[in-house]
Design a protein around this ligand. Structure first.
Ligand code: ATP
Ligand code: MG
Length: 460
């Protein structure tokens, strides 16, 4: 069996983590620092020897900031950064145990599922070197079936040897063609096992949980059904590889490694945590009752409990929780005191102003301006923004945010779509292939809307 792949689990130093986040998120330095420290602490804890290690609990963080300042974006970028199992969930989608909906423990189950899939994928990557050779032989068998000799007596031997030699030659030539990808357009027929694994769904008070349960196997039907499929060579290679891989892989080992990672390194990003806070003045009745129920259910999960998953029990004691919320109508102190206590680090995220908007427009790797330029480039239209125009856009975003509602950087999205609407519509027929967006253009296009408050409420 293939050795356990050696993955680097977030060995980035806090500074490097911040630098990575800087590629996508402008400002919010305090939040970036807090998250970077928490991530590094996971790795540090792994290095601690002995009993003390089990005593070191993660320092859960709560990010507080108005809408559209990059909370969710931060989570998204973190996910790609750490090799650790990472899941982002919305606190608002859970319901109290006993009600229809998802119970909070399912977040740990989902995290485990992710970890298993990830470890399996790592094994798959490392299996390629070895299995590819086997697959190649199989493909050659299909493309050029080996000769079959009926009799093997003295007389036939010489002739057979000759056939075999010539076959080997042809096979090697075919191998070269196959390797060079010259046969990729050809189709072959292969036999693969039917990958229909009936999932038993258990309906319980907590809702539906998939229990990954192989029915035929449980019923003692050891045989897997085979089916024939005709497909192009690259696809056939892929299918045969999966088949071979499934046969070889030691799933127990994968699961053990995945469970270890989930327990020791897992991170849950609990977005929209403010949605489960109950405002103080409506203590009784309504959705607030269920919200405090969810809060109560979340407590043990954050504190550390054992969750039963289809892969076995998973302890959540050392899972790091990062919560985030806008807290516009409720305050962090509207969360139950116990829950507040589980999130010792509180970080406020800053409102975004004109300077940040200007940078957000152009600097992040996925900056909006870059996105539109790429979109229009497909129509061979070059989109150019002058510095003034960008400044004007940032200024407009700030102004509209001040006059109507502060929706943070999301305002840039709406403003740009409005600004570029005509160009996006007419892109196909634009004669001169460069479009320059100037400050005047921005003014002309947006002035009326910005000045009319009602209009901007609707459009921008
Ligand atoms: N600091 C930032 N740097 C770069 N882009 C940002 C920043 N803040 C927000 N954005 C952009 O604005 C959009 C909305 O941000 P995000 O989803 O993170 O908001 P949020 O803080 O989670 O708000 P909400 O409380 O409404 O969920 C994202 O698509 C992101 O590209
Ligand atoms: Mg969000």
């Amino acid at each position: 069996m293939t050795p356990t792949p050696n993955v680097q689990i977030s060995q980035l130093a806090p500074k490097e983590i911040v630098a990575e986040l800087d590629k996508y998120i402008i400002g919010q330095d305090a939040a970036k620092r807090a998250v970077a420290i928490a991530l590094r602490n996971r790795w540090r804890r792994q290095q601690v020897e002995g009993e003390l290690r089990d005593e070191i609990y993660p320092n859960n963080i709560i990010l507080i900031g108005p809408t559209g300042v990059g909370k969710t974006e931060l989570a998204r970028r973190l996910a790609n950064l750490t090799g650790a199992p990472f899941i982002k969930v919305e606190a608002s989608k859970y319901t109290e145990v006993g009600y229809v909906g998802r119970d909070v423990e399912s977040m740990i189950r989902d995290l485990t599922d992710l970890a298993v899939a990830k470890v399996r994928a790592e094994y798959m990557d490392s299996a390629h070197g070895k299995l590819d050779l086997i697959i190649e032989e199989k493909m050659l068998d299909l493309l050029l079936p080996p000769p079959h000799f009926e009799e093997d007596d003295e007389e036939a031997r010489a002739a057979n040897q000759k056939t075999l030699d010539s076959y080997k030659k042809r096979r090697n030539a075919k191998r070269e063609e196959l390797k060079a990808g010259k046969l990729d357009a050809e189709e072959v027929e292969i036999e693969v096992s039917e990958s229909s694994m009936p999932l038993m769904q258990i309906f319980s008070a907590q809702g539906i949980e998939e229990m990954g349960f192989n029915l035929p196997e449980a019923l003692g039907e050891g045989t897997t059904r085979l089916k024939r499929v005709t497909c192009a060579i690259p696809e056939a290679r892929e299918l045969l590889f999966e088949e071979e891989f499934d046969r070889e892989i030691d799933m127990d080992r994968v699961v053990r490694e995945a469970l270890r990672r989930t327990e020791q390194l897992g991170i849950v990003f609990l977005d929209e945590i403010d949605k489960i806070a109950a405002s103080a003045d409506s203590a009784e009745g309504g959705p607030d009752v269920s919200r405090s129920g969810v809060q109560r259910d979340i407590l043990p999960v954050v504190e550390g409990t054992t969750v039963v998953t289809k892969y076995g029990p998973v302890k959540s004691d050392h899972v790091l929780f990062i919560a985030a919320g806008a807290f516009s109508t409720v305050k962090p102190c509207d969360l139950s005191p116990e829950l507040q206590g589980r999130f010792p680090s509180r970080v406020e995220m800053d409102r975004l102003g004109e300077e940040e908007f200007l940078r957000i427009l152009t600097e992040p790797k996925n900056a909006l301006v870059k996105q539109y330029q790429a979109l229009l480039a497909t129509e061979k239209v070059t989109l150019v923004f002058t510095r003034d125009a960008l400044r004007e856009l940032a200024r407009t975003a700030r102004e509209v945010n001040e006059k109507t509602e502060d929706i943070g950087a999301r305002r840039l999205h709406t403003i740009l779509t409005t600004l570029l609407e005509d160009i996006l519509f007419d892109a196909v027929d634009i004669p001169q292939k460069t479009v320059r967006i100037t400050k005047e253009f921005v003014r002309k296009r947006l002035k009326d809307i910005v000045e009319d408050e009602d209009l901007s409420r609707f459009i921008l």
